[in-house]
Design a protein around this ligand. Structure first.
Ligand code: HEC
Length: 412
């Protein structure tokens, strides 16, 4: 519960969170021989026959499909190393980019198979990486690429890391269950008088295998009202809202079941100027449960339940909040941009005698902006369901940057 939004009588706004991965920082392994160098070069122009010929005939009965391991050793190991940790400069013959460490769980588990499939089919540039990562789309069949990706997955043998497939598109209000390394700047604009712009800057960082910490800094500017409550056409300057810190931890995740469940706790401190309508004037502690579920046809469901516990109930009441969002990801062009339309519903209820629940419906659309898909944008609109005349509608937007995946201006 941070910067009170005028128009949203309920300032509760959950912890937020995003996805992650570390720069492709990889340990070189001083490795092998000059002989392999030839193979590395061959790897840049692979052909199905070549891949097949390199796979040991001993292990491949005539006509039997190549296993993921065979394809990997024949087509990928020159550069990526037999153990996935990357071959050294003396083998690959280039220093930049560094060949990624496919055995680094922190870096590989957040990547989806879909993402890797794009890189394997179309080469590094398909995702804003270097063309040193060759395209195999004409050398390997879809099925072979699927098998080799499955094989690479084995390099991170630690199943405690939640997989990137469970990292669903971030809705505007509902907090995600997946832990992220992200920076997000969002904004909500009340377009009816008195107008208001409220923004929040989120910084999220993964801690260990399952955890994430977060800092939220809300700020904004509101149109002032006169003594009668009418818009005065003068604005406050940019003011700080209630700054918050949060921690989140994954409790359960299963790629097979498509399910992820997390618990989170947030504390928002009274740093806002309540006289000007920023913040609630007391510390609010908000425990929450977060849930994500993959559905057939690239659809998904996410839900959040939270209670905002006010440390001073004369300033702000306790509140209960529940949110759910249903969406689906479309990729109109194969390996291209991802479009994720979503509809979010949220209910907020002040825990006081005779408290009513206020409902909002929030249609929204998220789209990947960068080729690497580590920068995404969202546009939405919040429509209060009840008391619609008293509470204002808002335009919503955010820009999200998964900083672990590369610089803001890299990968376009
Ligand atoms: C000629 C060397 C070379 C060969 C052969 C090669 N790769 Fe790569 N690969 C690279 C380099 C270099 C990168 C990193 C590109 C960058 O970071 O800009 C990379 C990146 C990748 C990535 C992206 C990892 C990430 O961080 O998301 C995947 C997945 C991958 N390679 C899979 C494969 C597979 C599968 C094969 C074999 C079918 C293969 N590569 C063959 C050089 C190679």
């Amino acid at each position: 519960m941070h910067a009170a939004k005028p128009g949203s009588d309920s300032p509760v706004r959950g912890v937020a969170v995003r996805r992650a991965r570390p720069a492709r920082r990889l340990r070189h392994r001083a490795a092998p021989t000059l002989l392999l160098m030839g193979l590395a070069l061959a790897g840049a122009a692979p052909a199905r026959a070549q891949v097949a010929a390199q796979a040991s005939p001993m292990t491949r009965p005539q006509g039997a499909p190549l296993t993921g391991a065979q394809i990997y050793r024949a087509a990928c190991a020159n550069c990526h190393g037999v153990d996935g940790r990357g071959s050294s400069f003396s083998v690959v013959g280039f220093r930049e980019p560094v060949v990624p460490d496919l055995a680094d769980c922190r870096a590989t588990t957040p990547e989806t198979n879909r993402q890797w499939s794009a890189v394997d089919h179309k080469g590094g540039p398909a995702r804003g990486f270097s063309a040193r990562m060759p395209a195999f789309g004409s050398a390997l069949s879809d099925d072979e690429i699927r098998r080799v990706i499955e094989y690479i997955r084995g390099f991170c043998g630690d199943r405690r890391w939640p997989r990137g497939e469970l990292n669903l598109p971030r809705p505007f209000f509902t907090e995600k269950a997946y832990p992220e390394n992200e920076v997000v700047l969002d904004g909500a604009y009340v377009h009816r008088r008195p107008r208001a712009l409220d923004q929040t800057l989120f910084y999220e960082r993964r801690i260990g295998t399952l955890g994430q910490i977060e800092l939220l800094v809300p700020f904004g500017a509101h149109e002032r009202t006169n003594d009668l409550g009418a818009p005065a056409r003068r604005w406050t300057g940019v003011r700080l809202g209630d700054v918050a810190v949060a921690y989140k931890r994954v409790l359960f995740h299963s790629l097979r079941g498509g399910t992820i469940l997390s618990a989170a706790g947030e504390a928002a401190f009274p740093t806002g100027d309540t006289r000007e309508g920023f913040g609630v004037g007391t510390t609010v502690v908000e425990p929450a449960v977060l849930f994500g579920q993959l559905l057939p046809w690239d659809a998904f469901l996410q839900a959040q339940g939270a209670v905002g516990l006010s440390m001073n109930r004369s300033k702000a009441p306790h509140e209960a909040v529940w949110r759910a969002v249903l969406g689906k990801t479309w990729i109109p062009v194969r390996f291209g941009r991802e479009w994720s339309p979503m509809v979010e519903v949220q209910g907020v209820r002040e825990l006081v005698e005779g408290g009513v629940t206020e409902w909002d419906i929030v249609p929204q659309l998220q789209v990947t902006l960068s080729r690497r898909q580590h920068v995404r944008g969202l546009l939405g609109y919040r429509v209060p369901v009840e008391r619609g005349t008293e509470r204002s509608r808002e335009f919503l937007a955010y820009v999200l940057w998964d900083w672990f995946d590369g610089g803001l201006f890299q990968g376009w």
